[in-house]
Design a protein around this ligand. Structure first.
Ligand code: MG
Length: 396
């Protein structure tokens, strides 16, 4: 079945003037990001359809000859960027005519309603509530410019075609910095799921929730790569909390992580399982990894320095070159940092190279986590206008 993207014109492709009528070339001004986004949406198998209400077009209030120069400039400009409309639907009625063809009514969408289009796979893009209403009336999905940027919109549609759910989001959040009570007990032993998606037109979430429960640890992790949602860390190990909070501050991610581990035995299971659950959540939140890249970051911290290189290439290797001179930092055994990053690398399916030098063991550990956080921030940043996989193999 065919599928289409229906795009509103005024206020969506072109800025809407105060009098809401683009009847002169001087009034032609593109909405920033519109051309790049439409370009990014070509080649995905959608027909592109412009659907516009032009109140009173062809009447003395809006003569044809004042409309077409602006419309033709719009079309020629987009053609020059490789963006071609398969169809252009224009309703010319006034609101008070109550025409069945005036958006958000669907009268002019007849050919798209004959069963040859998979409307549930179609999108409506517009700047008004009525555009979302049109989407609902068509049985399509709506994306509203304003609450969303054109980059959000392009990313959402591209994600939907890449197989990941076009949903956003964030679990209904408690206040920032708090951790909700565990719902353990009924939790499956190892459950992974996308965070709950609220209704409405929101950009694709790059988030994941991992709940992992064993006889040794009970862990809840929610990661949002774009920093949305509440954040808070409580692993039972104060120094590990201090390190993981660096991922929020320096990595720009949203991270809710709580762990109830068998600290009465020792720190090992908690450190290892937190790394496994966190790595799994990061890997799931990344989805198919389109638009991301491979990165590294080095930073100094007082007398210490750390270098972290990261490649989400689907293989897990850790090169660890960090030597601690104390057995413990705070309540964490220093030997466990190696094991933490090894477990993290395995669970993320990422190659990690970590090298650090320094005198003060607290600084040494913190510089590693900060450098990792900065590297992660760069590595997961997504460019929806350059949406290729960063691999010549076509798979990461
Ligand atoms: Mg509009």
């Amino acid at each position: 079945m065919k599928k289409a993207i229906f795009v509103d014109r005024d206020g969506t492709l072109l800025k809407e003037p105060a009098d809401e009528q683009i009847d002169a070339l001087e009034k032609v001004e593109f909405v920033p990001g519109a051309i790049s986004a439409l370009k990014a949406l070509t080649g995905l198998g959608y027909e592109l359809v412009m659907a516009s209400n032009q109140d009173g077009l062809g009447t003395p209030a809006f003569p044809e000859e004042t409309f077409w120069p602006a419309q033709n400039l719009l079309l020629k400009t987009l053609e020059g960027e490789g963006v071609h409309f398969d169809d252009i639907l224009i309703d010319r009625s006034f609101p008070e005519d109550n025409s069945p063809c005036r958006k958000p009514r669907t009268g002019m969408f007849g050919k798209y309603l004959d069963g040859s289009y998979d409307l549930a796979a179609c999108w409506v893009i517009g700047d008004r509530e009525t555009d979302l209403q049109l989407a609902a009336n068509l049985g399509a999905r709506g994306l509203q410019l304003g609450p969303l940027s054109w980059a959000d919109i392009a990313g959402t549609i591209r994600d939907s075609t890449a197989g990941s759910a076009p949903s956003s989001a964030n679990k209904k959040a408690d206040s920032v910095g708090t951790i909700r009570d565990s719902s353990a007990g009924s939790a499956p032993s190892f459950a992974n799921k996308k965070a709950d998606a609220p209704s409405g037109a929101l950009p694709a979430a790059r988030s994941a929730v991992v709940e992992r429960k064993t006889a040794e640890t009970d862990i809840y992790v929610r990661v949002d790569l774009d920093g949305k949602g509440p954040s808070g860390v409580d692993t039972g190990l104060k120094f590990l909390d201090h390190m993981l909070i660096q991922l929020i501050h320096h990595g720009g991610i949203g991270l809710e992580l709580r762990c109830k581990g068998d600290l009465e035995v020792d720190e090992h299971h908690t450190m290892e399982d937190v790394a496994i659950a966190l790595g799994e959540a990061l890997r799931r939140a990344l989805g198919d990894k389109r638009g991301i890249d491979r990165y590294g970051f080095a930073l100094p911290m007082d007398e210490s320095r750390a270098l972290v290189l990261l490649d989400f290439g689907g293989r897990a290797e850790l090169v660890w070159d960090v030597q601690f001179t104390r057995e413990y930092v705070g309540d964490v055994p220093t030997e466990m940092f190696h094991h933490f990053f090894k477990s993290l690398s395995n669970a993320m399916q990422a190659n990690l190279y970590v090298q650090a030098r320094g005198e003060n063991n607290h600084h040494l550990a913190e510089s590693v986590f900060k450098a990792f956080a900065r590297t992660l921030k760069q590595a997961v940043r997504r460019n929806v206008f350059s949406y290729d996989l960063p691999s010549s193999k076509g798979l990461l």
